[in-house]
Ligand binder design. Structure first.
Ligand SMILES: Cc1ncc(C[n+]2csc(CCOP(=O)(O)OP(=O)(O)O)c2C)c(N)n1
Ligand SMILES: [Mg+2]
Length: 582
């Protein structure tokens, strides 16, 4: 039996059949016909206050649930407003489907009202994009979009929909409903299993290494490979670093956990990679924030590199063994290959000296800061430690970009996958609040804290209006240091303390009043003894968002630091720990 339908209803029905439970969006002229059938759909729609918020909410939802986030906006300025989240999701390989309205097909190219070349603008920042030209293509395109977004290396996919194709008043929207049985995309064959010969060679290298380190990246989380990663680490006794995108992929409280490497990584994680003779890179991409100066990076290390995207193999560092494949499947096979070799009597050399070198570094160079003296401003690290110790172990934490982000990544203990949500590759200020909202919508059972900077908060705070009106009880901690702190830190260290355009003021805006005006509970904390009571009060509120403004020390800097362009050997530790050195 055939069912006649219009493109707008077909689009919503296709989303329903893809299992979409929530759309983050904001309507307008070109997308009106798709908004009408939402009224009759079981899909929840969350009306945002700015389209950038919709995109970051979809990302936060995807981070926290592993399911693709969906956003829908109109044409022109709405489409350009969502370019930042698309680029963010592209850089961090986040599955997302964005639907944009477009001017009627015949008007494309005429500079029509609210026309922009959305597929042109987003081509470089999407895994794929579609311009729908025929209503009959809608079910197929939706299926393909979700397939592409969620398979292989995940990423954002955009569907641009001209108005006439979804408008029931226009004959061009008429179609007969169907649902494609399967997806057939010639040329798109996302790799899964790795080459067994290469996996065997990787296992041999692992058993021959004296100073091996597992370099775990965000791909572990995308591949849902945290369990097999742990199996590999425990089977081989090899220490694990977790990059900014992989925090939580390996438990921080595990004896083999080294924590975060990179520009603001801890001394041991950075230096263990630097001195290792074998880096086992799993779903990581040798980002410049991790390698420092590439020519000086881990000079004695052989490299095993496992990635779902063959383009990553050799992009930055030539691997000795490069395996294209899904991290979960490849690591599972790697564990098997190591076991086979062990059963055949192959055993690693004595690694006790390496283990004691590592624990020596850990003892000598822990993360540290000088606690505030009575009457001095709050230390941001103290706020984070108190928050960490007074929230559930599986609390989801999001952050903006800057010093507060680095301190959170350093000082939080991530013991569960999918508890850390941040903007790694693009470094998008303003990510924290909307991402927290998306994460809370996806995981209403979890406590969600957004850690934000005062600068970042001012970029997307209006989404707390969305959260208040939709009763999404996220909690926000603003570390108000009255500065664009990370930029201030670079000016202090590398521009002779010439502070150019980084001062924001501690009092303007009044964050407590602003929070209250947006329908949230607002609090201000200035001294150490107020920190815990405020957190406890916030934790007890579950019917609306809460914002706590913590007034923190403006002059505090993030250490350790590998200055941009320098080698990881030149790591600067906290001044109280002396010179660092090897
Ligand atoms: C959209 C955007 N603009 C500019 C930057 C450059 N930037 C990186 S960190 C930072 C300062 C962030 O200030 P704040 O949110 O107060 O965080 P803090 O570093 O003080 O913790 C800036 C301006 C960026 N990452 N993103
Ligand atoms: Mg700041």
């Amino acid at each position: 039996m055939t069912e006649n339908m219009d493109g707008g209803r077909a689009l919503i029905r296709a989303l329903e059949l893809e299992g979409v439970e929530v759309i983050f969006g904001l309507p307008g002229g070109a997308i009106l016909p798709v908004y009408d059938p939402i009224i009759d759909s079981p899909i929840r729609h969350i009306l945002v206050r700015h389209e950038q918020g919709a995109g970051h909410m979809a990302e936060g939802y995807a981070h926290a649930t592993g399911r693709p986030g969906v956003a829908m906006v109109t044409s022109g300025p709405a489409a350009t407003n969502i370019v930042t989240p698309l680029c963010d999701a592209y850089m961090d390989s986040i599955p997302m489907v964005v639907i944009t309205g477009q001017v009627p097909y015949a008007a494309i190219g005429t500079d029509a009202f609210q026309e922009c070349d959305t597929t042109g603008i987003t081509l470089p920042v999407t895994k794929h994009n579609f311009l729908v030209t025929d209503a009959r293509d809608i079910p197929r395109i939706v299926r393909e979009a979700f397939h592409i977004a969620t398979t292989g290396r995940p990423g954002p996919v955009l569907i641009d929909v001209p108005k006439d194709i979804v408008d029931p008043k226009n004959p061009r929207s008429a179609m007969e409903w169907y649902w494609p049985e399967s997806v057939d995309l010639p040329g798109y064959r996302p790799l899964t299993h790795g080459d067994p010969v290469l996996i065997r060679r990787a296992a041999e290298l692992i058993l021959a290494a004296e100073r091996p380190v597992i370099y775990a990246g965000g791909g572990i989380l995308k591949a849902r490979a945290a369990e097999v990663l742990r199996e590999l680490a425990e089977l081989t006794g090899i220490h694990v670093v977790t990059t900014l995108m992989a925090r939580g992929a390996f438990p921080d409280d595990h004896p083999l956990a080294l924590g975060m490497p990179g520009m603001h990584g801890n001394y041991t994680a950075v230096t263990a990679m630097q001195r290792s003779d074998l880096l086992i890179a799993l779903g990581s991409r040798f980002d410049d924030r991790v390698t420092g100066k590439v020519s000086g990076f881990a000079p004695e290390a052989k490299v095993i590199h496992v990635d779902i995207d063959p383009a990553e193999l050799g992009k930055v560092r030539r691997p000795d063994v490069g395996i294209a494949g899904d991290a979960r499947l490849v690591i599972t096979e790697l564990v098997r290959a190591v076991r086979d070799l062990q059963a055949a009597g192959v055993h690693p050399p004595d690694r006790s000296a390496w283990r004691s070198t590592i624990s020596g570094w850990q003892e000598r160079y822990p993360l540290t800061y000088a606690p505030s003296e009575p009457g001095e401003a709050l230390k941001p690290q103290f706020v984070l430690e108190t928050l960490r110790d007074n929230t559930p172990d599986d609390c989801i934490v999001t952050s903006g970009v800057g010093q507060h982000q680095m301190w959170t990544s350093q000082y939080w203990r991530f013991n569960h996958p999918y508890t850390w949500v941040n903007s790694g590759g693009l470094g998008t200020m303003g990510f924290s609040v909307p991402a927290a909202i998306g994460a809370k919508v996806g995981r209403p059972d979890r406590m969600v804290w957004a850690i934000d900077g005062d600068g970042c908060f001012q970029m997307t705070a209006q989404e707390l209006v969305t959260a208040a009106s939709e009763r999404i009880p996220v909690k926000v901690a603003i570390l108000n240091n009255a500065y664009l702190g990370m930029v201030r830190q670079w000016q202090e260290m590398f521009y002779e303390e010439r502070y150019s355009e980084v001062y924001l003021s501690p009092d303007l805006p009044d964050y407590k009043l602003w929070a209250e005006a947006m329908g949230c509970v607002g609090m201000r904390v200035e001294s150490p003894d107020e920190v815990l009571p405020a957190i406890e009060k916030a934790n007890a509120i579950d019917d609306r968002p809460v914002v706590i403004e913590f007034r923190t020390d403006s002059s505090e800097k993030v250490y350790p630091m590998v200055p941009a362009g320098m080698s990881n050997d030149d790591i600067l530790v906290d001044p109280s720990q002396g010179e660092g050195g090897r």
